[in-house]
Design a protein around this ligand. Structure first.
Ligand code: ZN
Length: 233
């Protein structure tokens, strides 16, 4: 999906003196240009219960993700990142512009996080190609789940744990705050949000229980397989 900027239906100076050429140059040419938008959830807010509550998704998607979208759009205004793709912004701002990076990184992570879950997900039914690769690179499906959960449990403070493709192999990693495998030369195929805003309402301090429920009941393995196929191309 991409958005395109339409031409104005009149010259930039055609509305002067009531709206100046300068106003239209800024308002149309810059403010309207490619900006982050909050996608709808791909399911109802209560569809992931009892593993992730309606209240959690109302806060996490409707408020936290929206804040990353709005703060990201404000941070990008007037910088070299205006008009670039989200992946380019994430990689280009890492280590250079924390306000842009933190919000763009979290926008990228959350866009995918919603897709990485579905009602009646999780479990061991993993599409064939991906299952074979998991067994080859990580030992077994059971071992992958255990190590993924362990990465999330041991991420100190806010962050994410990941399955990512790097150098043709699947690896399990963890990152702090808004970081993700893109800035470490990898391509994320599954991530779990271990910021407290993702689990505190439902699990309080029991992060391991949240990660286990994510793996056993929420992961959309078909979507992970799609990202795996794209990452291997
Ligand atoms: Zn989050």
């Amino acid at each position: 999906m991409s958005f395109t900027l339409p031409d104005l239906p009149y010259a930039h100076d055609a509305l002067a003196p009531y709206m100046s050429r300068e106003t239209l140059e800024y308002h149309h040419d810059k403010h309207h240009l490619a900006s982050f938008t909050l996608p709808d959830l791909p399911y109802a807010h209560d569809a992931l219960q009892p593993y992730m509550s309606k209240e959690t998704l109302e806060y996490h998607h409707d408020k936290h993700h929206l804040a990353y979208v709005n703060n990201g759009n404000n941070a990008i205004k007037g910088t070299e990142f205006e008009g670039k793709s989200l992946e380019e912004i994430v990689k280009g701002s890492y280590g250079k512009n924390p306000a842009v990076f933190n919000n763009a990184g979290q926008h990228y992570n959350h866009l995918h996080f919603w897709q990485w879950m579905k009602p009646n997900g999780g479990g061991d039914k993993i599409p064939g190609n991906l299952e074979k690769k998991i067994i080859a690179d990580l030992g077994s499906v059971a071992k992958m789940k255990e190590d993924f959960i362990q990465a999330g449990v041991t991420q100190f403070g806010s962050g994410w744990c990941w399955l990512a493709v790097k150098d043709g192999k699947i690896a399990i990693t963890k990152t702090a705050n808004g970081e993700n495998p893109l800035v470490h030369g990898g391509k994320p195929i599954l991530g779990c949000d271990v910021w407290e805003h993702s689990y505190y309402i439902d699990y309080r301090n029991r992060r391991p229980d949240y990660l286990k429920a994510f793996m056993d009941h929420l992961v959309n393995w078909e979507h992970v397989a799609k990202m795996y196929d794209a990452a291997m191309k």
